[in-house]
Ligand binder design. Structure first.
Ligand SMILES: [Zn+2]
Ligand SMILES: [Zn+2]
Length: 211
């Protein structure tokens, strides 16, 4: 898969740079791991990111290290940008993968940050509202349909997804069920026991008060 290929390219190159620039690192960059969601709008997009912190050997100046990083990346076909601000920054770009190396000039910290481009895994399916768990025909004996969800059982705001679409962020946690996903009144049963209804709940069922 394309995202995995790019993730492995990113990982291989961060590791390569760590080996070349800060080889005394006691901890090595971990494996690639699972991609993370980078955009919650449908269709969801994923990317790989990594951050690794190394230490610059005393014998190498920040400028020398920046130069070495840039040369190593350029030799392997990365487009390289170098910038000196409050630190030496070297940025390499290849196939949409970005690796940024920040070499501090006031300490020995060398920070590697990298990410792949964001890629959608699938085309979104049209969401189908779930069927109610109870209907008038399937009610348990002595029960009435839940007055909140009318038998749906699922939260009637998010329809059991735990989130609702959000224009800005793609998704927003459902405020109605707080991600429980089920109706807060019947807890997913879709029905209520008629004999144990609270007084205020009976108001939803005028037919019961005639008994
Ligand atoms: Zn309910
Ligand atoms: Zn909900």
């Amino acid at each position: 898969m394309e995202l995995e290929r790019l993730g492995l390219l990113m990982h291989e190159w961060v590791r390569e740079l760590v080996v070349r620039l800060t080889p005394e690192a006691m901890v090595w960059p971990e494996g690639l791991g699972e991609p993370a969601v980078s955009d919650w709008h449908e269709p969801l997009q994923f990317h790989h990111t990594m951050t690794f912190r190394g230490a610059r050997p005393e014998t190498v100046t920040p400028a020398e290290m920046g130069q070495r990083a840039g040369e190593a990346l350029a030799a392997a076909g990365w487009a390289v940008e170098e910038e000196v601000t409050e630190a030496h920054l070297v940025t390499g770009r290849r196939d949409g993968v970005v690796i940024r190396i920040r070499i501090s000039v006031i300490s020995d910290v060398v920070l590697y940050q990298a990410r792949t481009p964001s890629i959608a895994f699938y085309t979104p399916e049209v969401f189908v509202k779930p069927e109610p768990v109870r209907t008038l025909d399937t009610l348990s004996r002595g029960y009435v349909l839940c007055y909140e969800c009318d038998g749906l059982g699922w939260c009637s705001s998010c329809w059991g997804r735990g989130w609702v679409p959000d224009v800005e962020r793609g998704r927003r946690r459902c405020r109605e069920c707080h991600q429980d996903r089920v109706c807060p009144i019947c807890r997913g049963a879709g029905e209520k026991h008629a004999a144990t209804l609270q007084y205020y709940e009976r108001g939803h069922y005028p037919e019961l008060s005639e008994e």
